[in-house]
Design a binder for this molecule. Structure first.
Ligand code: NAD
Length: 359
């Protein structure tokens, strides 16, 4: 029998539980170690999750000294860079939770380290595993829309502000733009084949998070709960994206691809106060075109499936480790959207358009 894929989990908070649940469904995987910076938290996590065989550590560096093939990095955003670089240098394959990092500089070092070490760095964007995302990409890349010159994306929760580590500048680095904006960017940019951005002009605010009427942790709310950005790309393409964790509105609109021959409107699935953002499946796709002598619209049939998208991303990573395949969602691709998020943060601080310098 071939040896099992040995996995470690770094960061044992909320999302680590979803990683454990997904790995448990894979008979060829064993979770052999867990780590958290809060003393004793990893041990408690292992006990609570019934990971009786897993060693528990109070730092990721101790965990990395263990015999492991891969790690899931489930720490707050600001720790993504350090834990990823250390894991890659220790020869581990990495599944990193989104967003990739906070700054572009960090993302560049992460990608360079993956190249130098030959270890895999994949970023955990589970919506990619909805087969309708592939359909969307196929439609746009088939040329059906003609030349795509404008894209509008993003999403808004009427009321869906996280708390805890997500609202601390020191731990999260950024708010809604990075937390849920990264999904919108991945959906739109992956559809387009990840074009290269050249500049961004952004505005962010936090009127809801800092108001005790709307957030129980208002006094420690330090990040943005709303943002809007206009991004210019090479080849005369522009993208506008808007994000809110909270607002007095039902929606910030759909994702739109405007082309010279047709347009495509896409909405995310899901309903309820925390929905309306691109962290899950496709809800609908409508093609707008001129046919039969007039303005026509066609509802694109969706591919029915019962996949758990989160489980799929974990499975794909574990199989890639087992089979020696390249990263399913490579860091070098996600680096491009990280450059946009970095630009959003700089532009909103400076209150002007900023250039984006990609390596
Ligand atoms: N893909 C998804 O659907 C999804 C959903 C939620 C969160 N996330 C992402 O997962 C990450 C974690 O989110 P969460 O909700 O689990 O946060 P959380 O605050 O519940 O848990 C993070 C844990 O990491 C620990 N930690 C911090 N620095 C560490 C380090 N250097 N080494 C080891 N442990 C460390 C913290 O003590 C905490 O226990 C975030 O980046 C978030 O954006 C992804």
């Amino acid at each position: 029998m071939t040896a099992k894929v040995r996995i470690g989990i770094i960061g044992t908070g909320g999302i680590a539980r979803a990683h454990v649940a997904a790995y448990r469904k894979l008979p060829f995987v064993e979770i052999v170690a867990v780590a958290d910076v809060i003393a004793g938290k990893a041990k408690e996590f292992a006990e609570r999750e019934g990971l009786t065989e897993a060693a528990a550590y109070d730092s990721h560096t101790e965990l990395l000294a263990a015999e492991l093939d891969g790690v899931s990095i489930c720490t707050p955003n600001v720790s993504h860079h350090r834990t990823t670089v250390d894991s890659l240098r220790a020869g581990k394959q990495v599944l990193l939770e989104k967003p990739m990092s906070v700054t572009l500089e960090e993302a560049i070092e992460m990608v360079q380290t993956a190249k130098e070490t030959g270890s895999m760095l994949t970023i955990g964007f589970q919506p990619r595993y909805d087969p309708n995302m592939k359909r969307l990409q196929d439609i746009v890349q088939s040329g059906r829309l003609g030349n795509v010159y404008y894209v509008e994306t993003g999403g808004g929760r009427r009321r869906g502000m996280p708390g805890g580590t997500f609202i601390s500048k020191a731990l999260a680095g950024a708010g809604a733009m990075a937390d849920i904006g990264c999904y919108s960017l991945d959906m739109a940019l992956n559809t387009l084949g990840y074009p290269r951005p050249v500049s961004v002009s952004a505005f962010t605010s936090n009127h809801f998070g800092t108001n005790p009427q709307y957030h129980p942790e208002a006094s420690r709310f330090e990040v943005e709960d709303f943002g809007v950005a206009m991004v210019r790309f090479e080849n005369e393409l522009v993208l506008q994206f808007k994000i809110s964790w909270a607002m007095h509105m039902d929606s910030l609109g759909s994702t739109l691809f405007l082309g010279t021959d047709a347009g495509l409107k896409v909405t995310p699935a899901g309903s309820g106060p925390w929905s309306g953002v691109w962290d899950g499946a496709v809800g609908s796709m409508t093609l707008f075109h001129d046919d039969f002598g007039g303005h026509t619209s066609t509802a694109v049939p969706l591919i029915g499936h019962s996949l758990n998208l989160f489980d799929e991303k974990v499975r794909d990573f574990a199989e890639a480790v087992r089979d020696g395949r390249p990263a399913p969602i490579p860091g070098e691709q996600i680096l491009i959207q990280q450059a946009i998020i970095d630009g959003v943060l700089r532009s909103s601080e400076l209150r002007r358009e900023v250039g984006i310098e990609l390596p």
